[in-house]
Write a protein that binds this ligand. Structure first.
Ligand code: J76
Length: 283
């Protein structure tokens, strides 16, 4: 059977809202691949685990230290922003989103990123050992980066998080979450017809549901030949943490015979699901 998904990326997101001079909140969320592992709501003093294996292979003490780093950061960040807003004369309300992540690469290497958006637009990122304004960022982003770059201690902490801690955390999570990460669930598939797009045409719909993990390939084909004009929808979540996808095709009614929908998914091994339109009863 084919290799299950082998590369997992770790993604963290910070959402900070500043409504006015006194009201603010900051929430954090983080995922490994498609699984959310952590939540840290503004109301809480501690990072919440969403899986029993969220601590990875870190000891209680290592985790405490990491959490303490984030507690200090959350307080300092809020204080910093209030100060920047005064200095730069920015207007409330403000929305700041900070996203970061890391990807394990072959040969024990990893790639990480950290960037910040202000009112939905990128303003700066952390590159190598310093803060860099985003292309097309407002002029004050230069000033902000200059100021942030004067804090050697913070730059070292960010570098340590991006290049040591996160890759180490991910390596641990791949061990502690192994069975859940390896989970494979087979899809079901069925055909239906949609409203005819125009006279003399048919709208063929191939539904694929209940699969896990997310990567899937669904195609309409005539024999082995993929049909041009296949329209792939978005993969949508089912409520039971499996996925759903529909793939449609607009064909002349006379051409529908001989068409089939083929589903390839890691849970199926080499046994692709193939459904023939000819055998589909409720045309
Ligand atoms: C996303 C992870 C970042 C982790 C950074 C942790 C380091 C930290 O908390 N630094 C703050 C405290 O720094 C003091 O104490 C440190 C030891 O704990 C060191 O000794 C350090 O030298 C010392 O100064 C520090 O106050 C930082 O300034 C906190 C905020 C850093 C930051 O991310 N700022 C930031 C990011 C994006 C500001 C603005 C933006 C963009 C939004 C623009 C909208 C106006």
């Amino acid at each position: 059977s084919p290799e299950p998904q082998t590369s997992y990326s770790f993604r963290g997101l910070q959402i900070s809202s500043f409504a006015n001079r006194s009201w603010t909140r900051t929430d954090f969320l983080a995922w490994l691949g498609e699984l959310q592992l952590y939540t840290w709501r503004n109301e809480s003093d501690t990072v919440g685990f969403l899986k029993p294996w969220s601590q990875g292979t870190f000891s209680e003490q290592q985790w405490e230290q990491l959490q303490h780093t984030f507690q200090v950061y959350r307080r300092s960040f809020t204080r910093d922003i209030w100060e920047f807003v005064k200095i730069l004369h920015l207007d409330y309300p403000l929305e700041i989103q900070i996203s970061g992540g890391c990807e394990l690469l072959p040969r024990n290497t990893s790639e990480s990123f950290l960037r910040a958006a202000f009112q939905g637009k990128d303003v700066l990122s952390f590159q190598g050992m310093s803060w860099v304004p985003a292309p097309d960022a407002p002029p004050w982003s230069q000033e902000l980066c200059k100021k942030l770059n004067q804090d050697q201690g913070t730059k070292e902490t960010v570098h340590w998080l991006l290049h040591d801690i996160w890759p180490q955390l991910v390596r641990g999570l791949l061990q502690t979450g192994k069975s859940e990460l390896k989970k494979q669930v087979k899809p079901e598939a069925w055909l239906s017809s949609g409203p005819p797009p125009r006279p003399g045409h048919l709208w063929l719909v191939c539904h694929v549901s209940g699969f896990y993990p997310k990567p899937v390939r669904v195609t309409w084909a005539r024999g082995e030949q993929e049909e041009p004009g296949t329209q792939q929808g978005d993969v949508m979540p089912n409520a039971d943490s499996t996925w759903y996808l529909r793939v449609t095709l607009d064909v002349e009614a006379a051409e529908a015979a001989g068409l089939s929908c083929r589903v390839k998914h890691s849970s199926l091994g080499d046994q692709d699901i193939i459904l023939y339109w000819d055998h589909h009863s409720s045309v």
